[in-house]
Design a protein around this ligand. Sequence first.
Ligand code: ADP
Ligand code: MG
Length: 336
Amino acid sequence: MANIFGYFSNDIGIDLGTANTLVYVKDKGIVLREPSVVALDTVSRKVRAVGDEAKRMLGRTPGNITAIRPMKDGVIADFDVTEAMLRYFIRKVSSGFRAPPRVVIAIPSGITEVEKRAVKESAMHAGARDVITIPEPMAAAIGVGLPIDEPAANMIVDIGGGTTEIAIISLNGIVFSKSIRVAGDELDSAIIDYMKRAYNLLIGERTAEEIKMRIGSAYPLDEELTMEVKGRDSVAGLPKTIHITSQEVREALADTIASIVDAVRVTLERCPPELSADLVDRGFVMAGGGALIRGIDKLLSDKTGLPVTVSDDPLSAVANGTGAVLNDLSWLMQNA
Ligand code: ADP
Ligand code: MG
């Protein structure tokens, strides 16, 4: 919609994820992707850093700074901090805008009405002209290009940092969705626990995440991998280096991955029969950073008997979905 000056304002779409926030600027694409992390001064509660800079501080802060993830479990742990984070991201991308942006925000589907209102207000305080929220799995389904307007089952499994969101969508509406607080973070914790148990090695969240990304898997690999891991020996108290294999990491991740598989199966069990029939051929699409775990598609396909596809750029699916929505305002008017 052109404004009174006759040009299009730079509307933006935001994927407010539990691990990462992405911002899509209309006609430009994704212009920002940063961790959903805020570093605060412990005493004054003043914001010291947001995003990449704050994430580097996680686990490495002196007593006077705390780095927190306000969306960690798919609920807003701290409204003020979430607002500060949103404001930072919105201002960062909109400094050159000639008019206040209209903002579409994708939020975890488990969020309450109160939290949703808080997100909207935060975005307004941050300078938005208008704010519309859409459920994350809906944005993900649009972002990966599923034909959600058809009268047929479109299923998406989005494994993020704090939550896994599973939804079946037909005729632009969510028929059934399930959000569990088991996703990438829980996989990291499982690795931390394993290292402690098996090697008396204490490692931090960042190291655990690195292990998961480099050699984590859900299904046996054609060629198994190894990695050197550094941490602190819990008995001797000193820094220590060990070597681990991808088989060990797979074992460490197995229970957590089984919970995700279970949630997918429960969703399928709740699916109305006509839509189940659609899924036999159409299968489902995976999005979110967790879709990048090696072999997770193969495992899910084995356990459900359905075809499973990992979307092209799973970390960008939701942001691309908000971008697509910005381009189709009529869709917004009818479905928001
Ligand atoms: P959210 O939408 O909750 O912010 P994302 O979709 O951005 O989450 O995904 C973040 C999660 O994906 C993190 O737990 C991260 O460790 C995980 N992740 C990212 N890349 C990979 C990878 N290559 N392999 C395994 N996990 C990954
Ligand atoms: Mg996400």
